[in-house]
Design a protein around this ligand. Structure first.
Ligand SMILES: [Zn+2]
Length: 315
């Protein structure tokens, strides 16, 4: 029992230290790189790095080191300070869970309000159950992580031409295939210090912005007529009333429309096809770090000694 208790404490110390270092690095790096990061995948990984990185350090280095070097019949026990560190780690995870629950409840409230007035479902050719809502607001909002539901207002659909309607549907379908609602939820769950900083909120807003632009790019493709249909749909939405729904992706988010229309109207589009090269690169770096941690006995020993010293200090 002592062995498990100390193992949990070791993991907590490693998690808190790695999380703090990575969170500080991300906050500092954000000041320098904020204008050059544009792709949603990059921003998502950037936002998730402290949580993923500290989990990798615990699973790839700290726990294997503890397993290799701590005697099974350890006589050590966790004192109050060590218990406080474990509590800190649990609080970080709990705060993430709390944020996700608050966001989920707000979304559920919105969804219940829309469903209660919905006048039925409709088939717009998208892989999501689609509800028509009798509202004057330009609503086209995708809700749900694994079973997406689309809510569209009658008035907005009626205002759109067939081409514009298709462009809106393709834009929402792009959000589904990019798992944008899942990514939004994962970011709010992230157990890290970045969540409590302005930089964290800015990275999440930049991600949401990039996700909108990339959904536009996928919907428009290289077809100028489709880009113009999408721009026209956005302008019609603004004319009805720009909307802001913080917890769901609404097609016509008032804060992003001007830049999106400008991009869609560009003669030589600055719209690039999404590059996927960054993800394998990060995956490789993490895999090499984990493999190095697992294979290098001196590194494991160093990790064990450092964590043991930290735990002695806190006893
Ligand atoms: Zn969108």
């Amino acid at each position: 029992m002592r062995y498990l208790e100390m193992g949990f404490t070791f993991a907590s110390i490693g998690f808190i230290v790695a999380n703090t270092v990575l969170s500080v690095l991300i906050v500092l790096a954000w000041r320098v790189t904020r204008s050059s990061l544009r792709r949603s995948t990059h921003l998502f990984l950037y936002r998730m790095l402290p949580a993923i990185g500290s989990a990798a350090v615990v699973l790839g280095v700290i726990l294997p080191a503890y397993w290799s070097f701590e005697p099974r019949e350890t006589g050590e026990s966790a004192g109050p300070a060590l218990f406080a560190v474990a509590l800190f780690a649990a609080a970080l995870a709990g705060a993430g869970l709390y944020r996700a629950i608050v966001s989920w409840r707000t979304t559920r409230r919105l969804e219940r309000a829309w469903t209660s007035v919905a006048i039925g479902t409709t088939d717009l050719g998208i892989a999501a159950r689609t509800y028509r809502v009798p509202s004057d607001l330009p609503l086209a909002a995708l809700v749900g992580v694994f079973r997406p539901r689309l809510f569209v207002s009658d008035r907005f659909l009626d205002e759109l031409s067939a081409g514009e309607r298709q462009a809106v549907v393709d834009h929402e379908a792009a959000h589904i295939s990019a798992f944008d609602n899942l990514k939004r939820t994962v970011m709010s769950l992230a157990p890290d210090w970045v969540s409590f900083t302005a930089a964290g909120r800015q990275i999440e807003s930049a991600w949401a912005f990039a996700a909108e632009e990339e959904a536009d790019d996928r919907a428009a493709g290289s077809d100028r007529a489709r880009a113009l249909d999408l721009a026209a749909a956005l302008l019609k939405a603004v004319r009805l009333a720009p909307m802001r729904c913080a917890h769901v992706s609404n097609f016509c988010d008032g804060a992003t429309i001007a830049r999106r229309v400008e991009r869609l109207l560009e003669d030589s589009p600055g719209r690039e096809q999404p590059s996927r090269s960054f993800v394998p690169r990060v995956a490789w770096v993490l895999a090499i770090l984990v493999a190095a941690g697992l294979l290098a006995s001196p590194a494991l020993h160093a990790a064990y000694s450092l964590t043991e010293a930290a735990s002695q200090l806190l006893q």
